[in-house]
Each structure stands twice: as structure tokens, then as C-alpha cells.
Write a protein that binds this ligand. Structure first.
Ligand code: 8IG
Length: 278
């Protein structure tokens, strides 16, 4: 199928396209359903090492509705893992890379992965990202659990009179489980900034005044779309730079890619353990 007609299906009927993509995952993996989905953001690939070897791996473009990815470091690959634990085996669907709003393809491709995951059976969706730290107490390389968010993009993945409640969007139950496993973790409020330009120092001051701790260009639409389909959400941010104006340093993409590796490995082990307690 050409990328164009593949994408037209997605814009026409996003939920039906997610159902088709989920059916194709079942065919490609031989697994009727998956239990949990993880979306690995930039710098998070090393977290997957803790899950062992995937049983299956394929490019997202093998499925209907996924555009070819465009940003360096975002693989556009789906893996299926069978993660063994005390309570048996968990089928995990892991997305390496995601589509961002700043790519200009609209909101549908941004949330297609998580919708596909929920239609594939996933009751929990773990969203990871790399972000800027607004909170002056954060250090580069620190993972932070997302407690709540502020959307600054003026866009939603939902259309129509779908008045979804977001009071417990980032599941309190799962946040407590994670903090029990690692009490050193902080929680923070994540702002979704469309990008692709980073914020100005003045905008960072504004966001801090609004109650924000973290700022990035992903996660929020995915959390809303997956929650609207009934999934529970865990969000974890890796602070890979101080937000604009916090230290006086300029922001660069390569710094971002390197900062996260050690913390991501530690988070992978944590996630591997937590998945069995969900
Ligand atoms: I990594 O400082 C990363 N992503 N908006 N601001 C925004 N996105 C980011 C930042 C940042 N760092």
C-alpha cells in the first residue's frame, strides 16, 4: 500500500484503522492479544534491554495507518516481548519511536500507536519521553513520574461530544506501585509544547508559574487517546536538559540523546518488575 492511501484510511476512520493494525499485530506475532504497551521515547531504547530478547520485531510501516518516521533516533519499530515473572508471562508490545505533533501530519498519526495497542488488548500503556526540566530541583539524567499534565497545544485527539474525565489520567494506582518499587522517584507536572522550536526563557517562566515541572513535545495526546479507550496510563519523563533560561546554556538535540542512557537502563529494570504487579 502506498504511504498516501495508508494514511488516508487513518484520517477517514482512525479507530477502525487501529483495529485493523491490531489484527495485523496478532497475525505477525501469533499472539491473540497483548497485555501492556510501552512507548519508548528518545534516549529510552536502552531500557528495553531489561526485557530480554523480543519474540518478534517489525517496522511500524508493516501495519495500516503508520507513517514513515522522520526524526533521528526515533526508530519506528514495534517489538513483542514475553516477559517472565512471578505471576506468569506478560505479553508486552513495545514501540520504539513515535510520531510527534510538530511533524505536521496532524493528530491522528500521533495517537495511532496507542490506539492500536489498546485495540490489541493492552489495558496499561506506559509512555516514556525525554524532556526539559523546568523545576529547579531537577538534575539532568533524572527520571520523573508524570503526575498530571498541562496541554499547551490547543489540540486534542478526541472529536465530538466525548467528554472524557482526566482527573486520574496518570493512574494513581500505578504511580503508587512504581514509587513503592523505587521511593527515590519524584513526581511532576508535564507540559505538552508543540515545538519543534524549544521554549523561550520567558515561556519557561510562564510555564513554571502555571505549575509545570517538565516540558516536552509528546505523551499528552497519547495519554488522552489511550485513556479514552479505557487504558490506564503510566508516564515517565527523563529530564535530559534544563529548560530554556534555567541554566543559561543553549539547548541541543545531541546532548539530549546522550543524557538519558544510564537512567533509562535503571528505568527498564524498574518497569520489568512493575509490569508483573499491574
Ligand atoms: I529532550 O526543553 C527535550 N524535549 N518543549 N523543551 C521541550 N521539549 C523538549 C525539551 C525542552 N527537551
Amino acid at each position: 500500500m502506498s504511504d498516501k492511501s495508508n494514511m488516508e484510511d487513518l484520517y477517514q476512520d482512525p479507530i477502525a484503522t487501529a483495529e485493523k493494525a491490531a489484527a495485523k499485530i496478532a497475525v505477525l506475532t501469533g499472539k491473540k492479544s497483548h497485555d501492556v504497551a510501552l512507548v519508548m521515547g528518545s534516549g529510552w531504547i536502552s531500557a528495553t534491554e531489561a526485557f530480554g530478547k523480543p519474540s518478534h520485531e517489525f517496522p511500524v510501516t508493516d501495519l495500516p495507518g503508520f507513517p514513515a518516521p522522520t526524526v533521528e533516533g526515533h526508530g519506528g519499530v514495534i517489538r513483542s516481548y514475553e516477559i517472565q515473572g512471578a505471576n506468569g508471562t506478560i505479553n508486552a508490545l513495545v514501540f520504539l519511536g513515535r510520531t510527534h505533533l510538530y511533524e505536521g501530519k496532524g493528530i491522528e498519526p500521533v495517537v495511532h500507536g496507542v490506539r492500536t495497542a489498546v485495540k490489541a488488548g493492552c489495558k496499561v500503556v506506559v509512555l516514556t519521553n525525554a524532556c526539559g526540566g523546568i523545576n529547579r530541583g531537577y538534575k539532568v539524567g533524572q527520571p520523573v513520574i508524570i503526575r498530571d499534565h498541562i496541554s499547551m497545544t490547543a489540540t486534542s485527539p478526541l472529536i465530538g461530544a466525548n467528554f472524557v474525565d482526566l482527573t486520574d489520567l496518570y493512574s494513581k494506582r500505578i504511580r503508587e506501585l512504581v514509587k513503592k518499587e523505587d521511593p527515590s522517584l519524584s513526581e511532576g507536572v508535564y507540559v505538552h509544547w508543540r515545538g519543534p522550536a524549544y521554549e523561550t526563557p520567558a515561556e519557561i517562566n510562564m510555564l513554571r508559574t502555571m505549575g509545570a515541572d517538565l516540558v516536552g513535545m509528546s505523551t499528552v495526546p497519547e495519554a488522552i487517546a489511550a485513556h479514552a479507550l479505557g487504558a490506564e496510563i503510566l508516564g515517565i519523563s527523563l529530564v535530559t536538559n534544563a529548560a530554556a533560561g534555567v541554566t543559561g546554556e543553549k539547548l541541543s538535540h545531541t546532548e539530549v540523546m546522550e543524557a538519558g542512557k544510564a537512567a533509562a537502563g535503571r528505568m527498564g529494570e524498574l518497569l520489568g518488575k512493575v509490569l508483573h504487579k499491574l
